[in-house]
Design a protein around this ligand. Sequence first.
Ligand SMILES: Cc1cc2nc3c(=O)[nH]c(=O)nc-3n(C[C@H](O)[C@H](O)[C@H](O)COP(=O)(O)OP(=O)(O)OC[C@H]3O[C@@H](n4cnc5c(N)ncnc54)[C@H](O)[C@@H]3O)c2cc1C
Length: 505
Amino acid sequence: MPRRSSLFIYTLISTIIISVKAHNLDQQIPLVLSNHSHPRPSWSSPPVSNPTKSFWTDTPNANPLAHEGSTGPLGFGGEDVDVCVIGSGITGISAVYHLHRYLEAQGSGGVERKVVVLEAREFCSGATGRNGGHLTRNPFSGYAAREHNYGKENAKKTYRLEDYVSSSIADIVHSHGLVDTVDLVKGDHITLFFTEEEEKRALQDYKDAKEGGVDLDGVKFLDRTTMFETYGANYSGVFFPSYNLWPLKFVSGLHNITSSTESFLKLKLHTLTPVTSIDSALPSNSASKHTKWIVTTPRGALTCKNIIHATNAYAPYLLPQFQDRIIPTRGQIIALRAKTSLDRLQRLSWQANLGYEYWFPRPEEKSEDGECKPPLVILGGGRDTAGPGLDQYTVDDSVLNGRVSKTLREFLPDLFACTGMFEEGREPEMEWTGIMGFTPNGAPIVGPIEGLEGQYIAAGFTGHGMPRAFAAAEAVAGMITSKMTGTEWEAPEWLPEHYLTTWEY
Ligand SMILES: Cc1cc2nc3c(=O)[nH]c(=O)nc-3n(C[C@H](O)[C@H](O)[C@H](O)COP(=O)(O)OP(=O)(O)OC[C@H]3O[C@@H](n4cnc5c(N)ncnc54)[C@H](O)[C@@H]3O)c2cc1C
């Protein structure tokens, strides 16, 4: 969610003239025989083994796949694996879902494909299991800079992609009867403007996006008086439709949809299995452009024909060449009990302070005597008060930042002062951290990795992965399916060219 740094970078980039051109995916590139030809940055490591406990992962019975495949033999009895997916967050499991879909659609030439997911910790315990739960598409923010830097069509596609992802996720949830399981809420979202400058910029972005032809259905600006009288917050803002959900449960649902269907795709999930290195299975003097990769873990190694790096913030550990392009950035969240009913709070999701703070109420719960308890509110943010370094260049989500804890505890009682909706001094019921992967321009990085034939990446969601990762995963799954079935990959109509690794800056 945090956007101040990406807004800053967009503005900065808008002053630079960039020559842009997309590359053909089939270009001839020199082959590299190991992922470790660059030194690993000192801050990179696999995910730490003792993360803070999040509401989404550590509520009893929330994560039945937590330890799936963590013991026993790896893979398929020594046979080569067609696709090894590293990471079991929304990107990794969406990639498996799309591979399954594509292979079914193409008949896979009658060939069975083997797919293995390797996860360092418990199932979905990275950012996806520790985030704010917002599936909030960005309807228009940053339009002018995107058009300037990447052209009108690519700028428009950045918004279309988010629309595509949120409606696809909602469709999957509905069509598989998962609405209650994942607590999908189609509510409204409000972004508050704490300063006039923020409001002016949003109005300008809105105008530019409208002129550029972006679909702005449902977007409404609210003045301060209306906002206060209707919602209790004493700031102006903008209002648009959005979703929130339990991300881990959605990802578990996607996994189950894929693994329970008879298909050409055979899936194995191995949790508690960190990948520590990747090397070519070819001899170093081989002239072949096609290689297989030996993926090493403490439990043994697998030979993989293709690899998807779905490791987001952690990508530079196995791909040190991305160390300047994906910056691990720690976010913090609290689950705070409100003092009032859900009816009074309303089922809205919110963000404020340039996206630094974001929150929404969970459904109401019943106490043991059958009384409705006020809802828990999931509130993230406070990174602008984290102190020097703003919690960047760290992958340690085993600790909390005390300054951020203070900011989060004070935020809602201050914002809704005199409404009686939140109690000053109330301690949160849970508090945790997670690691986001920021990119310098805020755009994800999607596609084949130069010099590492058969390896692909979908990462760098810059704190805004829920409405983007599913599509990034679809793109790499499409590329790999095309390669396996000998067909030409066609970019989906919603995919901005500058998200691709082959885009030249
Ligand atoms: C505190 C916080 C709040 C956020 N709030 C929101 C929000 O409200 N809305 C929104 O849109 N986005 C939000 N985000 C961002 C969003 O959660 C991410 O963009 C998204 O979850 C990224 O998904 P992913 O699958 O790419 O990465 P992850 O979910 O991080 O998954 C990567 C997985 O790879 C595994 N892994 C890493 N290295 C290795 C290795 N070497 N071997 C094996 N496995 C490995 C990790 O353990 C992890 O499970 C938030 C993020 C955080 C941290």
